[in-house]
Design a protein around this ligand. Structure first.
Ligand code: SF4
Ligand code: SF4
Length: 164
């Protein structure tokens, strides 16, 4: 495994680039949707070819995925729990009415940054940080916010910035 990422330095850099990244977001919204998807997907592939998420796990350490009903049922089953029991143990409703974790880091994150619920993890965990999905224009603001959590997203924006 690669060396652990220096998340303190990452956070400092991410905070210092936030205003700049918001300016990039304005430019991104002017790119045609399909071209924008192409830019993101190429940068995503480039960044994740070099990124080992096991050296980071900052998403699991600092934020919660949204748990949809299907996620809750799958995870409760994996942990041999009833759905209400699983919700009582780990989740609460946020201000938007979505189930999220009671705490961060995620209780399913192991000390070596692996996920003990990997096979049954929520869809939101599987899809994070969403830089390889279609219709990226719809989540430009979210993507800028994710630069504060995910070193890969910060790198993706740096690559795209050079191309627009
Ligand atoms: S998705 Fe981003 S924040 Fe999560 S482990 Fe990978 S690089 Fe880190
Ligand atoms: S369920 Fe697994 S992948 Fe999702 S936040 Fe928790 S540790 Fe990370």
């Amino acid at each position: 495994m690669q060396e652990e990422l220096d998340l303190k330095s990452f956070k400092e850099e991410a905070d210092s680039r936030l205003a700049h990244n918001k300016e990039i977001a304005k430019k991104l919204r002017k790119v045609k949707p399909r071209a924008l998807d192409g830019l993101f997907h190429a940068a995503h592939d480039q960044v994740f070819e070099a990124m080992d998420c096991l050296t980071c796990a900052n998403c699991c350490k600092t934020t919660s995925p949204i748990f949809k009903q299907g996620d809750i049922q799958r995870m409760a089953k994996a942990f041999k729990m009833k759905v209400p029991e699983f919700i009582d143990a780990y989740l609460h409703l946020d201000s938007e009415g979505d189930y999220v974790l009671n705490e961060a880091p995620c209780p399913f994150l192991a000390a070596d940054n692996t996920c003990i619920a990997y096979e049954s993890r929520p869809t939101a965990c599987r899809e994070y940080p969403h830089t390889d999905r279609k219709k990226m224009r719809q989540i430009v603001n979210l993507t800028v916010r994710n630069t504060l959590v995910c070193p890969a997203v910060l790198s993706v924006l740096k690559i795209i910035e050079e191309k627009i």
